[in-house]
Design a protein around this ligand. Structure first.
Ligand SMILES: C[S@@+](CC[C@H](N)C(=O)[O-])C[C@H]1O[C@@H](n2cnc3c(N)ncnc32)[C@H](O)[C@@H]1O
Length: 205
C-alpha cells in the first residue's frame, strides 16, 4: 500500500546547507578531470538543485551552472547563500520542474536525490532531453533510488530495480555504476533503509 510522502524539503535544506557537496559530486568531477573531455566548456545543469550545495561546489571550481528546482524556497536559498555571492555571474536559475529545463550546451548534467521525485508523466520528456544532451557530449551523473529504499512505500517517489537501472543506461558508456545499501537518516532525521544506484554515464565512442 502506498503512503503519502512525508517530505518537507525545508529540514533537508537546513541540514545540508553548510556541509559542502554530497559525496558523489567530487568523485564525478575527478573522473571528468581525468578524462579531459569537458575542456573549456565547463557548463553544468544541476537538476533538483535544492538549496544548492552541489551548485556552489561547481561554481567554486569554475563551472557555469544552470540550477533548476521546482521549489521557490530552494532557488531563493541558493541565491542568498553567502558562498554563492562571489559567483553570481556564472549562475543562472530556473524555478520549474526539471523536465522544463534546456540542457543545450551542457557538458555535465547532475542530479542527486532528485530524480526519484520527478512525476512519472514527465519522465519520458526528461529522459529524452537528457539522452539528447548526452549524445551532444554531456556526462550525466547522479543517483536513483532502488526498490529496497525506504521511500519505495511512498506515493510520488519512483524507485527502480537494479536490472531496470542498468537497462536504462545500456545505450550509453557507463563509467561508474555503484549500488549502495545501508541504514541512513532521512530528511526528517528518521532512520531508514537507503538503497540507491549512483552512476556516471556518457555517450559511447
Ligand atoms: C532531497 S532534495 C535534494 C537537493 C539537492 N540535489 C541536494 O542533494 O542537496 C530534492 C530536491 O528535488 C526537488 N525536486 C523534486 N521534484 C522536482 C522536479 N520535478 N523538478 C525539479 N526539482 C524537483 C525538490 O524541490 C528538492 O529541492
Amino acid at each position: 500500500m502506498t503512503q503519502q510522502s512525508p517530505i518537507s524539503w525545508t529540514p533537508f535544506y537546513d541540514r545540508v546547507q553548510n556541509g559542502g557537496p554530497d559525496t558523489w559530486l567530487p568523485k564525478v568531477l575527478a573522473l571528468i578531470d581525468r578524462e579531459k573531455r569537458a575542456g573549456a566548456r565547463l557548463f553544468a545543469v544541476d537538476l533538483g538543485c535544492g538549496e544548492g550545495r552541489d551548485t556552489r561546489e561547481l561554481l567554486k571550481r569554475g563551472w557555469r551552472v544552470l540550477a533548476v528546482d521546482s521549489e521557490p524556497e530552494a532557488i531563493e536559498r541558493l541565491r542568498k547563500h553567502p558562498d554563492t555571492a562571489p559567483h553570481l555571474d556564472r549562475l543562472s536559475t530556473l524555478t520549474a520542474s526539471m523536465s522544463e529545463a534546456s540542457l543545450e550546451g551542457a557538458s555535465l548534467i547532475y542530479s542527486f536525490l532528485a530524480l526519484p521525485y520527478v512525476p512519472k508523466q514527465e519522465w519520458t520528456k526528461l529522459w529524452n532531453a537528457i539522452g539528447g544532451a548526452i549524445t551532444c557530449g554531456a556526462y550525466f551523473a547522479g543517483n536513483l533510488f532502488g526498490d529496497r529504499h525506504h521511500y519505495a512505500a511512498y506515493e510520488g517517489v519512483n524507485v527502480v530495480s537494479e536490472s531496470v537501472a542498468r537497462a536504462l543506461f545500456e545505450p550509453f558508456d557507463v563509467l561508474r555504476f555503484e549500488t549502495l545499501e545501508s541504514k541512513g537518516i532521512d530528511a526528517s532525521g528518521a532512520k531508514v533503509n537507503n538503497h540507491e544506484f549512483r552512476f556516471v554515464i556518457r555517450a559511447k565512442d
